[in-house]
Ligand binder design. Structure first.
Ligand code: ATP
Length: 603
């Protein structure tokens, strides 16, 4: 298949933010894509070479390398490429412009020869994909030059538009604004497959390329055969948030299973014989960060094959007390993992079981899954089932909540044990409700917001950013809507490191998926997630979160926001949603109306 068809589609996709239009454009592309390359096309659309859980594909070409490859491919000086980049701010546009310039300059015989040459050697999807895969796999001495050479050859063969998208892909900035949901919509309409069946398949087997290939080769019925498989992560079930015990139990029903909410890293542990994998909440393979957990899981899981879930929590080796989530970052940064294992020991608190020796448990109710968990785990201090209690009423729930706080936890996760309490992979629903409390602020819970822009600092903050523009996620429109600017709560070190930390996500203009009425000094691709505490949620004429939901011409904002920490375990679409913020706002209003003596806010 010619790569120009993909490039053409990418250009159409880039120009629209309508999800419906994007899905129908994708459906057209999928229909004309042969089954043997459809997986590669889907990965390209996602800006990747394979799903992250197979090992993050890193092209490792870098800005200088891209500059050089463009210069060599087009036959200009690197300084010219650099100069053009300064005015366009996008290497994709740079290469396109240079190639177009070359084409128009060539005249007569030269153009004729060139056109005939390109016509003979049109780029195909396989060549593009395989070259990029080769670039990502090259390592060690001399690999940098080799990578640049391969990229140069690819760019020479590409037409201007193809070159633009190849360069953006290599830079990791395809910026199409096409999410996995839209790709699934496109697949559903191209292959006549029910959307929910595709989604369930994807939740159990998060590889859209592979799913597209199965659909193209065998048709929709094949998706029903997808089952949990050790080594392939399952998208995690998530919890809604509650702030009132009575309301929480209304949602879950009674009795409910209340469990300590540990403040660590979620780990999905897979076992097949002696092989263990650990996947993070974002489905990254984090096995290498926890050799101690691997060893213990291998010993204490008694089934031959199993998938269990738990929270990996750092502990103080002296006192055995839990330490906060940030301690685990040490495991990610320390090169010598065995040193990190010694310095930051961890324990695992298990809370679910999704698969045992050929039996798919995801559609079984929670009590049954817990029975399986008990059966296959031999508990030790470091590897045991989460503290839990069957609660019958709000009073019991409240008492258990304080026990969890005293025990060094964030609060509770309250879970339904009704007959329909299945494992809803990839879904945030009311079968699980988290109950946390942040005593320091009126907002009973912190929120996780995405950095979409920044404002230059002045005075003491010159040279770094004075404030970041933060957004919530609206899953219905797949847009990021602004909530607040945050400039407090950062340590001096964090402040100084902001420009470097945000550099990879810098954009020349606002990202198409960002809806903001404010003009930031610098725009970013929505990628980094920050945890924010604040005084309260208020109406705002400036911020676009829940725009018009409460009152025409106003959105929701957070007053006195304060940076708490980076949530490196969350992706932009895992951020707090508009719906969640809206609920939090309504709760606040309800509280105000319950207490007549409190000054009511002007609405
Ligand atoms: P948060 O930011 O509040 O941790 P989240 O968005 O990462 O939430 P949620 O599903 O909303 O994820 O909240 C539940 C999270 O709490 C899980 O992802 C898991 O990491 C953690 N957790 C700790 N203890 C438990 C438990 N007993 N049961 C389920 N999840 C638990």
């Amino acid at each position: 298949m010619e790569f120009s068809i993909v490039a053409q589609t990418l250009e159409i996709l880039e120009k629209t933010t309508s999800k419906i239009q994007q899905a129908s454009t994708l459906a057209m592309l999928f229909k004309r894509t042969p089954a043997n390359v459809i997986d590669k096309v889907v990965y390209f659309l996602q800006g990747t070479l394979w799903p992250d859980w197979k090992g993050m594909p890193e092209l490792g070409v870098g800005e200088k390398g891209i500059q050089k490859a463009i210069a060599l491919a087009v036959g200009v000086n690197e300084s010219e490429v650099e100069k053009l980049y300064k005015s366009l701010g996008d290497y994709g546009l740079v290469v396109e412009r240079l190639k177009l310039g070359k084409q128009s300059k060539g005249s007569g015989l030269e153009t004729f020869i060139k056109t005939t040459k390109t016509e003979q050697k049109k780029l195909d999807v396989d060549t593009v994909y395989n070259t990029l895969a080769k670039i990502s796999m090259l390592q060690g001495e001399g690999s940098r030059d080799m990578k640049i050479r391969l990229l140069t050859a690819l760019l020479m063969q590409a037409d201007p538009r193809e070159a633009k998208f190849i360069v953006r892909f290599v830079e990791g900035r395809l910026r199409l604004g096409v999410g996995e949901a839209t790709i699934m919509d496109g697949l559903a309409s191209a292959f006549g497959a029910p959307r929910d069946v595709i989604e369930r398949a994807y939740n159990l087997y998060p590889d859209l390329g592979a799913i597209a290939k199965m659909l193209a080769e065998k048709g929709p019925s094949v998706l029903k055969e997808i089952k949990p498989t050790p080594g392939i992560p399952i998208r995690p079930m998530l919890a809604e948030r509650g702030t009132d015990p009575v309301e929480i139990l209304n949602k879950t029903g009674v009795p409910a299973l209340a469990e300590f909410k540990y403040d660590g890293e979620r780990g999905q542990i897979h076992k097949k014989g002696d092989t263990i994998w650990i996947f993070s909440r974002r489905l990254e393979n984090i096995t290498h960060q926890y050799p101690d957990v691997v060893e213990i899981a291998r010993k204490q899981i008694k089934a031959n094959e199993a998938i269990v879930e738990g929270e990996i929590v750092a502990i103080d080796p002296e006192t055995g007390e839990f330490k906060p989530f940030q301690e685990l970052m040490h495991r990610k940064r320390e090169k010598d993992i065995y040193k990190a294992v010694k310095e930051v020991p961890v324990v695992v608190r298990l809370f679910d079981c999704l698969y045992v020796d050929g039996v798919d448990l995801t559609s079984r109710p929670l009590p049954e899954r817990r029975e399986w968990l008990k059966k296959i785990i031999e508990e030790t201090d470091a590897f045991k089932i989460a503290e839990h209690m069957l609660v019958k009423d709000a009073k019991e729930l409240e008492t258990f909540f304080y026990k969890a706080i005293e025990g060094g936890c964030e609060g509770l996760v309250v879970k339904s044990i009704k007959i329909d309490s299945v494992y809803q992979a990839g879904v945030r629903g009311w079968l699980w409700v988290k109950y946390k409390r942040d005593y320091k602020s009126e907002i009973t819970d912190t929120v996780d917001l995405v950095v979409v822009g920044a404002f230059h600092g002045r005075g003491k903050r010159a040279g770094t950013y004075g404030a970041l523009l933060l957004a919530a996620y609206d899953p219905d429109t797949d847009m990021f809507v602004t909530v607040c600017k945050v400039g407090t709560g950062f340590t001096d070190e964090e402040l100084a490191s902001l420009p470097k930390k945000l550099e990879p996500y810098k954009l020349p203009q606002k990202h198409p998926k960002v809806y903001s009425e404010l003009e930031a000094d610098v725009w970013f691709e929505p990628a980094l997630v920050a945890e924010i505490a604040g005084a309260e949620i208020t109406l705002s004429p400036v911020h676009t979160c829940c725009w018009g939901w409460v009152k025409q011409g106003t959105g929701l904002s957070i007053r006195f926001p304060r940076f708490i920490r980076w949530r490196e375990d969350k992706g932009p679409r895992d951020a707090t949603t508009t719906k969640e913020l809206y609920e939090m706002y309504l709760k606040k209003l309800r509280k105000i109306s319950e207490k007549p003596e409190t000054k009511t806010e002007e609405v």
